[in-house]
Design a protein around this ligand. Structure first.
Ligand SMILES: [Zn+2]
Ligand SMILES: [Zn+2]
Length: 189
């Protein structure tokens, strides 16, 4: 197996973990109370809240060892290390993208897609669109929802979405997002 394929396999592995962790640890009531779920529900309720970076670094370092040792044992040092590099590297990409979705309006078609996909999860139906970097596993598991109009509660509105001059949704996003006065109960499931 070439190192390139090993890295790509690591990327794909994170992509699946991103879905599994978010859907089941973040939103499944059967696992409510787990450390990720507690932080994640707070992220939904407060909008701009993210778990502290030091916690994520510790988890990433532990995960790199827990995943890396058996991988290196199974397929050797270069291939195992390349797989872990893909896994942890793409986890970093996910963290960055997710943070940017909340704090920055984004660039290009992928930036627009990522925001529409993720905020459909936040504000339309938290049982849909668990993928953040791609819709791949939402397609596979049947939780994909094509983004339509996304109603954003005033209280949770992202700064980049609002035109400071008018207090309304910026013109270039007006086809996608609308502001509404209050958050409907029961959206976080
Ligand atoms: Zn989010
Ligand atoms: Zn969520």
């Amino acid at each position: 197996m070439s190192l390139c394929i090993a890295v790509l396999t690591g990327v794909l592995t994170w992509s699946l973990l991103e879905y599994v962790i978010h859907r089941w640890l973040g939103h499944d009531r059967r696992f409510r109370g787990n450390a990720f779920g507690v932080e994640h529900i707070r992220h939904h309720i407060e909008g701009g809240y993210f778990a502290p970076g030091w916690k994520k670094l510790i988890v990433a370092a532990v995960a790199a060892v827990v995943a890396g040792v058996p991988a290196v044992w199974a397929v050797g040092l270069p291939t195992g290390a390349a797989w872990v590099a893909g896994l942890i590297g793409f986890y970093g990409v996910y963290e960055l993208l997710h943070r940017l979705e909340h704090v920055y309006g984004g660039i290009g078609p992928y930036g627009r897609w990522a925001r529409r996909h993720h905020f459909t999860h936040h504000f339309v139906d938290a049982r849909r669109n668990h993928g953040v970097t791609s819709p791949l596993w939402d397609w596979v598991f049947g939780t994909y929802q094509k983004p339509a109009t996304i109603p954003v509660p005033e209280r949770l509105c992202m700064q980049w979405l609002k035109d400071p001059a008018t207090g309304e949704v910026r013109r270039d996003w007006a086809e996608t997002f609308v502001l509404r006065g209050d958050k409907q109960p029961g959206q976080v499931t």
